[in-house]
Design a protein around this ligand. Sequence first.
Ligand SMILES: C[S@@+](CC[C@H](N)C(=O)[O-])C[C@H]1O[C@@H](n2cnc3c(N)ncnc32)[C@H](O)[C@@H]1O
Length: 241
Amino acid sequence: MDAKDSWNQRYTERNVCTPRGAVVSYIQAYLTRTGAKPETTQVLDYGCGNGRNMLYLLKQGFDAVGFDLSIRGVELARSNLEEQLKIEPRTAEARARVGDMRQPLLYQDREFNVIINFGVLQQAESRYLPLIFSEMYRVLKQGGEVFFHTRSINQAQFGKLIESPRYDSDGNRVIVTQGPTLELEIKGIPVMWHFFSEQEFKKLSAQAGFELHSLVEFVHGRREEGEAFDRVSWEGILRKP
Ligand SMILES: C[S@@+](CC[C@H](N)C(=O)[O-])C[C@H]1O[C@@H](n2cnc3c(N)ncnc32)[C@H](O)[C@@H]1O
């Protein structure tokens, strides 16, 4: 099943409008660290889904727009924006657009101060990743940042192998230069996930020109939502120097 169908199916039953806690913490820390003001900060909600994070950002006074592959997700984002912010349908349509990260982005060079990329990068096979990273770099202003959350190779992986991992050796130890991509099922709906190795993430960031400001790996459970295994994720910040 294509990611578009998978997410269209998912968004028929899901419309949680609270922002991700990690996004809220990152944004608060960004304002303190940089001294930026929300009104003059352009934010791209990359793979915005139903717009939960964009909604939060707009409510805080940021100039936020978003895009997503799923038309159903984008329709939900538009109606959430219209209802909760009392804005015209045309304004909501301009803020939330349909787009595919595996193609050049819909935005101009140096348009954004911040990209929020929450739970999206893992949905591309590795051949798209160099373009994805270089496009994020292109649309960011100098000094701009990407806050990301994505899957780690250290998560238990079960499912149909779409891409095998690749290994290398530095003479002393084995290095995973590219994580695997698998098709698996979450709550009965097939999804395709790429599992990033640390080496791979660092290489993709550096090749695009980013500085890796921070990279943290952590374990978090979703068992209360019916998932059988803990998730292991990367979270961090890329900076365009
Ligand atoms: C885990 S959800 C995260 C949504 C949102 N960022 C959030 O925090 O609620 C992943 C999102 O990535 C989107 N997506 C998957 N493949 C994509 C692609 N190729 N281009 C753009 N968005 C994509 C899905 O439609 C889905 O909305």
